[in-house]
Ligand binder design. Structure first.
Ligand code: TYD
Length: 217
């Protein structure tokens, strides 16, 4: 089973990934968690290039770097793990590319569809949790957690995060459209709910999805 988490930076995905992993392990499931971009040495190097460098990367080059990292991760790690019956939880997957490089950077959705298809080898998540929050609230959350003053030129922000509020508004809008187009797969959740409440909703939905998959087998 492949479970993915999506949302703009600061939506609280990582917290939910950790909670869901623990929950499924307690139920006796083999679980692997990964974050994108990352997961193998090559992917971590691509991550460094994409997020830590202050270089201005051309939008199509940025798209292909995220895609290259995904292709490496899917082929080397995700597909073999799923083959062994492991539950794989991904912190971001191809919907991030559609939202950030498509809606955010303005690349054509046709190009996005093609590149995503190549990078994932056609692999689709069984369920995706989209944690929805406004860019303003996400930014406030990020800075208040660290007790820092709010600023877009802060050293605290990586290359993507320095893209500005207008960019994040487009990314959020992209996620909402994706969710509307695929409500069966993408579950819309309010990221401002308490983490424990969100976890309860998420784990209940995962268990229901697992039960229905087993019923179909
Ligand atoms: P990360 O530190 O993992 O951010 P977060 O904790 O919010 O997940 O950095 C990933 C960044 O890369 C994030 O800003 C989203 C961006 N991104 C894309 O633009 N396209 C993609 O396909 C992926 C996977 C991530």
């Amino acid at each position: 089973m492949l479970i993915t988490f999506e949302g703009i930076d600061g939506a609280g995905k990582s917290t939910q990934v950790v909670k869901l992993k623990r929950h499924l392990q307690e139920l006796g499931r083999e679980v692997m968690t990964l974050r994108e971009p990352g997961g193998t040495e090559v992917c971590e190097n691509i991550r460094e290039l994409l997020l830590q460098s202050k270089h201005d990367i051309a939008p199509v080059a940025e798209l292909l770097l995220f895609a290259a990292s995904r292709a490496e991760l899917v082929e080397k790690v995700v597909v073999p793990a799923l083959g062994k019956g492991t539950v794989v939880i991904l912190d971001r997957f191809s919907d991030s590319t559609t939202a950030y490089q498509g809606y955010g950077r303005g690349l054509s959705l046709e190009l996005l569809g093609k590149v995503n298809g190549i990078a994932t080898f056609g692999l689709r998540p069984d369920i995706t949790f989209y944690l929805d929050i406004s860019p303003e609230d996400a930014l406030i959350r990020k800075f208040s957690e660290k007790s820092l003053p709010l600023a877009f030129d802060s050293e605290e922000l990586d290359r993507m995060e320095s893209s500005g509020l207008e960019f994040y508004r487009k990314v959020r809008d992209g996620y909402l459209r994706l969710q509307e187009a695929e409500p069966e797969r993408i579950v819309l959740l309010d990221a401002q709910l308490p983490p424990a409440t969100l976890h309860e909703q998420i784990s209940a939905l995962v268990e229901a999805r697992q039960a229905s998959r087993q019923g179909q087998e």
